[in-house]
Design a protein around this ligand. Structure first.
Ligand code: NAD
Length: 478
């Protein structure tokens, strides 16, 4: 089939290459000429495992081309996939749909034959209906352009696998014809047994934001439990393991730590609450405001713990941040919790060095004030505090004994609860994490009626730990 994929970012570029890989004749279109030139030469403009192979294969097959012209797209496609960004509006929680609208306005007047416009971007419920009216007003006489929504669930880091072997395909259409066209597009997936859920456009739009809201809620739930563990002396990792054995709950997405970020979850839950308010059902999803607040608080809790580990003042302290991307196996730094923490530490006067296996270029562009290092050992040289903020596999494989010889003070804040704390402690490191108890010999004595371990929000906590670091390190500026 002749497909166009409009918007070739993290979602669209992978979709375009994978659609060509399964046999379609694909034209990828973007307004970013540099990105298009890179893709046309087989150079992925971002890091995504396995994407370079599928891109190379698709280009070599002759079934994948790239360009910048919506006019050309209008002529090429019998199906047009809209994959442009839907970021948060400036000064509002709502989604900014200007890029989606610009695609419709630029494409539809040039349509030469009947076609199907399929939205894949994440949008507020009601968008398909709105675009249907917009398209009807723009379409040339005699041409029919239907609209369908087919939300995308791919995860960065697994984008190729998720596109070629999705766990489900959701399609929202208003007619049999559009449904039939999309079944033909995804025929190889359907033959492989991928569940296909055919529904109306509103339900399809809602599935995506509901899925992201659920995932965000699960993460914030366990982070809320981590705060309670910190106050009560519990261990959130054991708690999560115990919860996870209940098959109704499950262990996935119950990793307490620095919380979620990226180009999707934060803006999607905000856009959902904004849309629900417009629909008069704001109270039904008001809990998502708390999910957002809890998530943001993990960043301030991490900075507060770092500050206390530095003896109450970060100014002049050499701090190494491991991880800049919002998640491992991606170079995406959009709303990255790791970079937000690194920037806060920098604002408090710390000498911050950031390392990331793939995201250093994007980190530099987003935060030119931060010192970014390509080499991990250089980044850790002379550090008084190491923060583990993005759980790349490479960090789990670090040798803590070797690293202890490189840093000035072996103090680790594992804000992802992903490193082997006992191994690090055995190698001489002081290890702290959110929601984890200090080792028994480091716990403050319990007073009747007082929490075993004070909360991170309390300034008087863990004076012993703070003292350990400040006693062992020179005064600031030294
Ligand atoms: P992105 O910013 O990486 O890509 C968007 C692309 O659209 C950019 O390359 C931009 O230049 C292009 N664009 C903007 N206006 C255009 C126009 N008028 N014509 C042609 N191209 C235009 O964003 P992304 O991460 O790929 O996300 C795109 C959409 O998919 C969003 O709605 C997002 O929520 C959703 N989504 C993303 C993911 C993900 O993991 N990244 C997963 C599922 C859904």
């Amino acid at each position: 089939m002749r497909l166009t994929v409009i918007g070739t970012g993290y979602l669209g570029a992978v979709h375009a290459a994978c659609m060509a890989d399964i046999g379609h004749d694909v034209l990828g279109v973007d307004v970013d000429a540099e990105k298009i030139a890179a893709l046309a030469e087989g150079r992925p403009p971002f890091y995504e495992p396995g994407f370079d192979e599928v891109l190379t294969r698709a280009l070599a097959s002759g079934r994948l081309r790239f360009g910048t012209s919506l006019r050309e797209a209008a002529v090429h496609g019998e199906v047009h996939f809209v994959c442009v960004g839907t970021p948060q509006q400036a000064g509002s929680d709502a989604a900014d749909l200007r890029y989606v609208d610009a695609v419709v306005d630029g494409l539809v007047p040039h349509l030469a034959g009947s076609c199907l416009v399929v939205g894949k971007s994440t949008v507020p419920v009601g968008t398909t209906a709105r675009l249907t009216a917009r398209i009807a007003a723009l379409v040339p006489p005699g041409v029919r352009a239907d609209v369908a929504w087919n939300p995308e669930f791919l995860r960065e880091g697994f984008a190729v696998e998720d596109t070629l072997r999705p766990d489900r395909i959701v399609v929202g259409t208003t007619g049999q014809e559009a449904d039939g066209i999309l079944r033909r597009v995804y025929a190889p997936m359907l033959e492989a047994g991928v569940p296909y859920i055919a529904t109306d456009p509103s339900t399809a739009e809602l599935v995506k934001v509901a899925a992201n809201s659920f995932l965000a809620t699960k993460i914030s739930f366990i982070n809320a439990m981590a705060e309670v563990c910190d106050a009560a002396g519990g261990d959130v990792v054991t708690l999560a393991d115990a919860l996870g054995h209940d098959t109704r709950i499950g262990r996935r997405f119950l990793n307490a730590g620095l919380g979620f970020g990226g180009g999707c979850l934060p803006k999607d839950i905000r856009a959902f609450t904004a849309r629900a308010r417009e629909l008069g059902v704001g109270p039904a999803v008001a809990f998502l405001d708390q999910v957002d607040v809890i998530n943001e608080r993990q960043r301030t809790r991490t900075v507060a713990l770092a500050r206390r580990l530095a003896g109450g003042d970060l100014a002049g302290r050499r701090v190494t941040v491991l991880g800049a991307t919002f998640k491992p196996d991606s170079d995406d730094v959009r709303d990255s919790p790791a970079l937000a923490v690194a920037a806060s530490l920098h604002r408090e006067g710390a000498e911050v060095r950031v390392h990331d296996p793939e995201g250093i270029g994007n980190a530099r562009r987003a935060h030119p004030e931060l010192r970014c290092e390509e080499d991990l050992l250089t980044a850790c040289q002379g550090a008084e505090l190491v923060l583990h903020l993005t759980e790349w596999g490479q960090y789990r494989e670090l040798d803590p004994a070797k690293l202890a010889r490189v840093v000035r003070e072996p103090v680790l804040l594992d804000a992802r609860n992903a490193l082997a704390h006992e191994e690090w402690r055995a190698a001489g490191w002081t290890v702290e994490a959110l929601g984890r108890p200090a080792p028994p010999d480091r716990r403050p004595a319990a007073r009747p009626g007082a929490p075993l371990r004070a909360t991170i929000a309390s300034p008087a906590v863990d004076a012993d730990r703070a003292a350990t670091l400040s006693a062992a390190t020179p005064a600031r500026g030294a």
